[in-house]
Design a protein around this ligand. Structure first.
Ligand SMILES: [Ca+2]
Ligand SMILES: [Ca+2]
Ligand SMILES: [Ca+2]
Ligand SMILES: [Ca+2]
Length: 447
């Protein structure tokens, strides 16, 4: 039995492809069949005459859209005299549903649309029987209908849209993301699945390798602090990118990740603060803040007082949440002793990248002037307590004790008054009276 694939001749004529090589290879296989040297008798295998075009494969283009059934090929027995006595029978994959055969002529047609991407080949079996006796005239033969690709699938980015990150300031050529477009067409035949990548949006910042789909940085010194997010549109086109190819696109959202390329910066070179002299140790004097354009750890900093005459009197700590520097009192203040201080405050990044050291220093300095405010303070006695002994018979008018008190607000104006007691009491009662006198005295000084 021979298989004539008339369509094959068209392929031979119009196409030069790996498929054709397959056909030639298969032609060789087909020739291995037994040669005919006479008409067969009984059930002995028939010998065939060697022919120029004998095939055991049919080829048919997928996605045929004509109204008539698609002619695929013809089965033919060498014993067929054309008198209709031979009946051709088709079995196997798709026989009767996808493929039909004219049992007299051996013509095979496809009655369903064929889609190579669903099923690329069908294995079928052919029989030639005597129409009257139903005896097989030849051994059953197997043949294959191969569905030939057309370019009916565009490349697709199955995982898109994509998210990608790359550190800011990356060098040109730094890899960002590997994209792969899938083309369902036959990669072994023609250019239907030969994909070429190009960038439609996102230049000049990024580029894509036409062959591999690898997206890279294509502009130097991209700064996150200037522009953080980029939308890149990549196209994949089959037919090797030629005109007429089918194309698919995808989007990549690329975010530049932060590196520590900005130092902290105080917005003022000087800052004024004031604090009452009465503020206790630990009190907050004020806050300072240095701006760092970076984010996260790259903006973290530590404040310290590196110089100034207030270095021993004030402390600075860092609020880790808001990144403020908080200046507090370390030692008691005294307006009369020192009414103002100067602090040289530094804000320095904590996490430094050695590779970016040349961009440093990653710190800044400001001067903080602290004014100590005078507070109207009560007079202070020269002793917190006095012990006085008096004879119990002391006379009225006796000078009991001379005490002195100082007004801290006026350091040079030391006031001294004498407390005189008229004593009509004894011992412990006297001390009580004395205390009262002191309180009275204190109030006098306050006036
Ligand atoms: Ca296809
Ligand atoms: Ca394609
Ligand atoms: Ca920084
Ligand atoms: Ca940065």
């Amino acid at each position: 039995m021979t298989f004539k694939a008339e369509r094959l001749m068209e392929i031979e004529t119009h196409l030069c492809s790996p498929l054709l090589q397959d056909q030639r290879h298969n032609r060789g296989v087909a020739r291995k069949g037994p040669r005919r040297n006479g008409r067969a008798s009984g059930s002995a295998p028939l010998q065939r005459v060697k022919r120029g075009w004998v095939w055991n494969q049919f080829f048919v283009l997928e996605e045929y859209t004509g109204l008539e059934p698609l002619y695929i090929g013809k089965l033919h027995s060498d014993m067929d005299e054309g008198d209709g006595s031979i009946k051709y029978i088709l079995t196997g994959e798709g026989a009767g549903t996808t493929f039909t055969i004219d049992d007299s002529t051996g013509d095979i047609h496809a009655i369903q649309r064929l889609d190579r991407e669903v099923k690329a080949q069908y294995v079928l079996r052919a029989q030639a029987r005597n129409r009257l006796t139903d005896r097989p005239l030849e051994p059953e033969s197997e043949f294959i209908v191969k569905i030939q690709d057309i370019n009916d699938n565009e490349p697709k980015f199955l995982d898109g849209p994509y998210q990608a990150t790359v550190p800011e300031m990356s060098k040109i050529g730094t890899s960002v993301i590997q994209l792969t477009a899938t083309d369902a067409d036959d990669p072994t035949y023609g250019n239907s699945a030969r994909v070429v990548y190009s960038i439609l949006e996102g230049q000049p910042y990024f580029s894509v390798d036409a062959k591999t789909g690898l997206v890279r940085v294509s502009l130097a010194d991209m700064d996150r602090e200037t522009k953080e997010n980029y939308t890149v549109v990549i196209q994949a086109k089959d037919m090797g990118g030629q005109l007429g190819g089918l194309a698919g696109t995808t989007t990549i959202n690329i975010t530049l990740t932060d590196i520590n390329d900005n130092p902290p910066m105080f917005d003022q070179s000087k800052k004024l603060m004031s604090v009452p002299e009465s503020a206790p140790v630990g009190s907050v004097v004020g806050r300072i803040w240095a701006k760092d354009r970076d984010t996260g750890p790259n903006a973290e900093m530590k404040y310290s007082i590196i110089d100034g005459d207030g270095r021993d009197t004030f402390d600075i700590s860092t609020d880790p949440t808001n990144l403020f520097g908080i200046i507090t009192i370390k030692k008691p203040l005294n307006f009369e002793n020192k009414p103002s201080y100067t602090l040289k405050v530094e804000g320095a990044n904590i996490h430094l990248d050695p590779a970016l050291r040349h961009r440093g220093p990653f710190k800044d300095v400001t001067i903080v002037h602290v004014s100590v405010e005078d507070v109207d303070e009560p007079p202070v006695f020269d002793s917190p307590a006095y012990y006085i002994e008096l004879p119990e018979d002391a006379e009225i008018g006796t000078v009991v004790k001379t005490v002195s008190a100082r007004d801290p607000d006026a350091p040079d104006n030391k006031l001294t008054r004498t407390a005189l007691f008229s004593c009509g009491f004894y011992n412990s009662e006297l001390m009580n009276i004395f205390s009262h006198c002191l309180l009275g005295y204190q109030s006098i000084l306050n006036i």
